[in-house]
Design a binder for this molecule. Sequence first.
Ligand code: ADP
Length: 170
Amino acid sequence: MTVAVYPGSFDPVTNGHLDIAGRAAKLFDRLILAVFETPPKAVLFSVQERLDMLRLACAPLHNVQVEAFSGLIIDYCRRERAQVIVRGLRMTSDFEREFEMALMNKSLAPEIEVVCLMARTEYQFLSSSLVKEVASLGGSIDNLVPPHVASALQAKLPRLKEIQSGQKGG
Ligand code: ADP
């Protein structure tokens, strides 16, 4: 049985993430979407909120499970007996960083393979941060995230604006 882990911040989950999850779920017997509890960047949604949004979005995928993780992803994979790490690759923004992380993970855990799936054309420029930016400016994000995520973002707009003004102020 091949178990794969698809790790990320998912702050929040977008249709681009879900496309990768759906495709990876067809390739492996079991897929765990691993939500990074405390990523190095500021998050808008708590880990519980990110888990809940992902769980709802992935409900139709019967071999997919959504869990939180902290620490090194390779340690999590070993605990879960996963042989594969799945990542999504967008054309311009991801390659260098993903390559760097894959090489580091390979040197730490040679038995684990990193499998990168290419983002679909329509999701090449879709990211959680762009979705948050568009939402904060009042643009429509209906084609970018599932409906329950769009509502959750609307509810978080005051907090989002607070974070953004904090970032601008340094
Ligand atoms: P991280 O903080 O680990 O980058 P993200 O939630 O931003 O977490 O992304 C998780 C994974 O999903 C990464 O491999 C990222 O490249 C990929 N990803 C993000 N957005 C898209 C998209 N629009 N299409 C395909 N893959 C994506």
